[in-house]
Ligand binder design. Sequence first.
Ligand code: ADP
Length: 205
Amino acid sequence: MIIGLTGGIGSGKSSAALIFERLGIGCVDADRVAREVVEPGEPALAAILDHFGAGILTTDGHLNRAALRDRIFQDDEQRLWLEALLHPAIRQRMQQQLAAFQSPYALLVAPLLFENDLDQGCDESVLIDVSEDIQIRRVIERDGGSEAQARAIIDRQMSRADKRARADHIIDNSGTLAELEAAVVALHHSFMAKLPTQSPPGPTS
Ligand code: ADP
């Protein structure tokens, strides 16, 4: 069973994922996988180099993200080419990592779970949900920056109402971290109860 975990910036996804991990649940971070597939030595980076030329790399052979952004900015054809390359590579690696866990179920943590339709590959989805005011306060406390910057990031993400409508489970994280932990533990128990019970090994003949 794969559970998709999402929420807007500063909603508490990472905090919730950490609690699931402490309960023994394997977590894959979609953003981390997206960075891994373009590391030096990866086939996707070789394809990007082939397509865009050497200017797409930094002097130490890593992907120059700013240069890549410039190349696909306002060029739909190039952006679609890149997405057709990266999306399958990211999905494949996520699936490999999720399948490798020994835990009873696994978690896919993705800020853009719904935006990128990643919930379609999950059995159930969980939204960590807080009001925009709390989101902004926690983002500023965590990352610094201004309220306007935090609001601009939130405005680019799918609306809270749309995410709430799409999620199978919603955890309200407007309370304390202890309350978040209690909500995660309760959900974990409900997932465990849905799993097929392991039958004891049969008699050997
Ligand atoms: P996300 O991964 O969704 O961006 P985080 O888990 O990093 O969000 O949470 C954002 C910030 O808010 C972090 O500094 C985290 O420690 C803090 N935080 C998360 N949940 C709570 C809570 N219930 N009470 C107080 N602070 C919280």
